[in-house]
Design a binder for this molecule. Structure first.
Ligand SMILES: Cc1ncc(COP(=O)(O)O)c(C=O)c1O
Length: 397
């Protein structure tokens, strides 16, 4: 059969992360490749308790029947309260669309705004699946450079003027892959600049609650004066990715279009999961459970930093994040793409950095995840990786 796929599939291959995640089933492999929350942070007891309550009460019908596309009002009200925690002002219900995971927000924004050839600006590097989504809508993706404070504002303004982009996509708090957080001033400047040039901003925020050091920074949307910022929050990293819940928050006219796009995607919205998360928030479980998780993430990040110091070549330059799940770094001269099979042979996995760049390249970069391995495994895995990379660095000399 000659499969006549759509043009939008041209050049689209499966996500590198997903391919590597398949290897996780090998028990001897220590993976720093994924972005999984720590298994012991998944709130099994609470989810069991709440599910039992829902399924043994009259809520069972709402849980198991079709529901509205927008999501339950009860849950949207909880979300309005939840995002106050990142400085987002009280909203109306029509500004909140429940999502089946935060990633769906990227897809629905693309569906609502992008025509073939439209430009999307992204921070370079950025979340690789967002790159895939924008490509699937046949957008032209243009990378904007970053600096210590966040986005390089001169580069951003120059690229806005040159390309007249439809969307600026950013992960301004504990970015995936870099772990970087934009300063308050940088956020304000981005909000002003994009508003002035009529460019939508998609603020993707799955990680801001996972701060184990430093001072919290308000969401970029809290500086939005014209309604051009859509904030996407997710319950994947703070509760459970398997529940597939998140929300898009923005101007009511934009949210309405997102709802219409969603109607064609999955009709109604993960009802049982919505009720579980709504009740989890209502019972006040979220904050204590995040507070229980943060020391685990802090300990694992510190374990990785200590192992890096012990085992990695001194040429390795890397970040030291205050939250989120990732350490980002590079070793000048090494090709981390072609080294991947060698690392896997030694039972350790990372993600090559090139996949996070709009135009590829940057083969000397790579991302390490510290959330999903014990401190002991982190030590073993970084030792294996460090030994390999030291051998490879020696070959360069
Ligand atoms: C930046 C970013 N956005 C979105 C997602 C997907 O989140 P969700 O599980 O809520 O769909 C991830 C997951 O790793 C991510 O890192």
């Amino acid at each position: 059969m000659n499969f006549n796929f759509s043009e939008r599939m041209d050049g689209m291959s499966g996500s590198a992360t997903r391919e590597i995640l398949k290897l996780l089933s090998r028990p001897e492999l220590i993976s720093f490749a994924g972005g999984f929350p720590a298994t012991q942070c998944l709130p099994q007891r609470e989810v069991l308790e709440i599910s039992n309550e829902i399924l043994s009460s009259d809520k069972v019908v709402a849980a198991l029947q079709y529901g509205s596309t927008e999501g339950f009002n009860e849950f949207r009200e909880q979300i309005i309260e939840y995002v106050k925690g990142v400085g987002i002002q009280p909203l109306n219900l029509d500004q909140v669309q429940v999502l089946s995971g935060g990633q769906q927000g990227i897809d629905l924004m693309s569906k609502a705004f992008l025509n073939k050839g439209d430009v999307v600006l992204v921070e370079d590097p950025t979340y690789l699946t967002a790159l895939q989504i924008f490509s699937s809508y046949q957008a032209k993706i243009v990378g904007v450079s970053t600096d210590e404070s966040g986005m390089d504002l001169n580069d951003l303004e120059a690229k806005i003027k040159k390309h007249n982009p439809k969307i600026l996509y950013i992960v301004p708090t504990f970015s995936n892959p870099t772990g970087k957080t934009y300063t308050v001033e940088n956020r304000k400047a981005i909000a002003e600049l994009t508003a002035k040039h009529n460019c939508m901003v998609l603020e993707d925020d799955p990680y801001s609650r996972l701060r184990f050091e430093g001072t919290p920074v308000p969401a970029l949307q809290s500086f939005d004066k014209v309604g051009n910022v859509v904030h996407v929050t997710s319950f994947s990293k703070v509760l459970a990715p398997g529940l597939r819940t998140g929300a898009a928050i923005g101007h009511k006219d934009v949210i309405r279009k997102i709802t219409i796009c969603k109607q064609g995607v999955d009709v109604s919205t993960v009802n049982l999961s919505q009720l579980i998360v709504a009740n989890y928030l209502k019972k006040g479980y979220m904050t204590p459970n995040i507070n229980k998780s943060l020391p685990i993430y802090r300990e694992r990040k510190n374990a990785m930093m200590a192992a890096i110091k012990k085992y990695m070549p001194e040429e390795y330059k890397h970040t030291d994040p205050e939250g989120g799940l990732f350490i980002w770094g590079s070793i000048k001269g090494l090709d981390m793409v072609s080294l991947m099979p060698k690392a896997i042979e030694r039972n350790v996995a990372y993600i090559q950095g090139s996949v996070f760049y709009a135009d590829g390249g940057h083969n000397d970069t790579f991302r390490l995840n510290y959330s999903n391995a014990t401190a002991e495994k982190i030590d073993t895995g970084i030792k294996a990786l460090g030994t390999l990379l030291k051998e490879e660095v020696a070959k360069l000399k």
